[in-house]
Ligand binder design. Structure first.
Ligand code: FES
Length: 110
């Protein structure tokens, strides 16, 4: 899988960081439940939500940047983003282990 790309394997969003590390986390964003398997991995190795661009550190699965919008609005919402970030730091994504064997990719719960 190319660095930055994310795909769905069962209930997991699976991707590769720019450093070549595999990641597998639960698919539902802690903001408004967007499917993270349609997101991207940015240059810093953070998983970015496709709806409002909240960012998650995939080393500890915490939200590190709050959303830029809500529902169908897309734009700056500094106070709201801080509020979501406050709980996003505690409601971490679940993480799993990516196993590559015989050219196949599988996800195993930790
Ligand atoms: S649903 Fe993920 S940032 Fe809004």
């Amino acid at each position: 899988m190319a660095p930055g790309a994310v795909r769905r394997i069962g209930r997991w969003a699976v991707g590769t960081t720019p450093a070549g590390e595999d990641l597998a986390v639960s698919r539902r964003c802690r903001h408004q439940l967007a499917d993270m398997s349609t997101g991207t991995v940015d240059a810093d190795g953070c998983l970015v939500c496709p709806w409002h661009q909240s960012r998650y550190d995939v080393q500890d699965e915490r939200m590190v940047t709050g959303p830029r919008g809500f529902l169908t609005y897309h734009g700056a919402t500094p106070c709201y983003a801080r509020l979501v970030l406050a709980y996003g730091r505690y409601l971490r994504l679940a993480a799993a282990r990516v196993v590559r064997r015989d050219g196949r990719v599988r996800v195993e719960s930790r």
